[in-house]
Design a protein around this ligand. Structure first.
Ligand SMILES: [Zn+2]
Ligand SMILES: [Zn+2]
Ligand SMILES: [Zn+2]
Length: 360
């Protein structure tokens, strides 16, 4: 029964009292934790607006390559082997010095991680890497531009160093972070693996009478703290275009259908390279699929994180300002307003009236 979809479970529950009780307990488990035990914290769902259930999708804390959505149990009590206890703190940074720290202190990395860094998802027609880039590979724990990424509390340094907690930094440019990865000799506890432990704060999914589903902070989130990554299926441009056409058709007939297709373009400092990251969280994803748009940039800073030795970048979010308990988590979907079909309800002074839209 934990594998049944909601409608099938409801039908089964109507057949006898025993199954009705089991179905009710499974529904309660689902509402108590949309992440199904796969995150550090349970993610409850609240809906006092209507009786419409949240969209069906397979939960995954991390992005996967395009595939048939895995069949995950709903409300299963079994926990994955890597699961840490509820309310547990993230693994504290290791006291051991990361081998990358030594490498970062002056010399250029000798390992093949430097090569891997420069091979990230470049489009086929991208120009070759410049001589300067070959000589100055990105280093673990740094921004692509070269500055140190994190402070002693594992908060994004360029955000946390401002003394004013409510001062927002502009988010029109994605920051690029290099973290330790498969090419490094350090453990998962390394202080340069901040974005690699799934959801790092308590959140809840809440139905809003205007916006639909939204994501709220259930605890205080300090400025610069890592929040979560945007997980989903990683698509090629052709796959994304095909799905977009399908989703456009489905939206015409299903009012509640809410696709979550994210396209990220990033221009590297050289100016010659443009990365294109397409993540579809419609069928497989995590809590980030519930984050709504805000025309003023919202309270989340989107960043691109790259793991040394991994060819696939990640879209991750940090707090742009101190975020209070109960605040809605938002970020800017972009500033392309070519198709004004979906009204925006962000209610900020910068609101343009419509949600951004970009052709895949
Ligand atoms: Zn490391
Ligand atoms: Zn490293
Ligand atoms: Zn708006």
């Amino acid at each position: 029964m934990p594998w049944l979809h909601l409608k099938d479970l409801a039908s089964l529950g109507r057949t006898c009292r025993a199954l009705a009780a089991t179905a009710a307990s499974l529904n309660l488990l689902r509402a108590n934790d949309i992440a199904r035990g796969l995150e550090r914290f349970p993610v409850p769902v609240f809906n006092i607006v209507d009786h419409v259930l949240y969209p069906l999708f397979s939960y995954s804390p991390f992005s996967i390559l395009r595939s048939s959505p895995p069949l995950l149990p709903w409300g299963s009590l079994s926990r994955p082997p890597h699961k840490t206890p509820s309310n547990a703190r993230p693994p504290s940074p290791s006291a051991d010095i990361c081998p990358c720290v030594a490498s970062n202190s002056g010399q250029i990395l000798e390992s093949n991680s430097a090569t891997n860094h420069s091979q990230l998802c470049m489009e086929a027609d991208s120009p070759p890497i410049s001589k300067r880039q070959r000589e100055m590979p990105p280093l673990c724990g740094h921004l692509l531009e070269g500055e140190l990424a994190y402070d002693g509390d594992s908060r994004l340094h360029c955000l946390s160093m401002s003394s004013k907690s409510d001062e927002w930094v502009p988010s029109n440019e994605f920051l690029s972070i290099i973290e330790c990865g498969p090419a490094c000799g350090c453990s998962l506890r390394c202080k340069y693996r901040v974005t690699q432990h799934g959801l790092s704060v308590k959140v809840a999914v809440l139905k809003d009478h205007l916006k639909g589903w939204s994501l709220r902070a259930m605890d205080f989130i300090p400025k610069g703290a890592f929040v979560f990554q945007y997980a989903g299926e990683l698509l090629t441009t052709m796959e994304a275009q095909s799905r977009q056409r399908l989703y456009d058709e489905l939206r015409k007939t299903q009012a509640e259908f809410a696709p979550s297709l994210m396209v990220v373009r990033e221009h590297l400092p050289s100016g010659n390279l443009c990365l294109r990251l397409i993540i579809d969280a419609t069928h497989v994803g995590n809590v980030a699929r519930f984050v709504n748009h805000s025309c003023d940039g919202g309270n989340l800073q989107p960043c691109i994180a790259r793991l040394s030795g991994s060819p696939i970048p990640k879209l991750v979010f940090f707090a742009r300002c101190d975020i209070g308990e109960g605040d809605e988590l938002t970020f800017s979907y972009g500033d392309v307003h070519g198709c004004e079909t979906h009204p925006c309800f962000c209610k900020t002074a910068a609101c343009k009236g419509f949600l951004p839209f970009e052709e895949t």
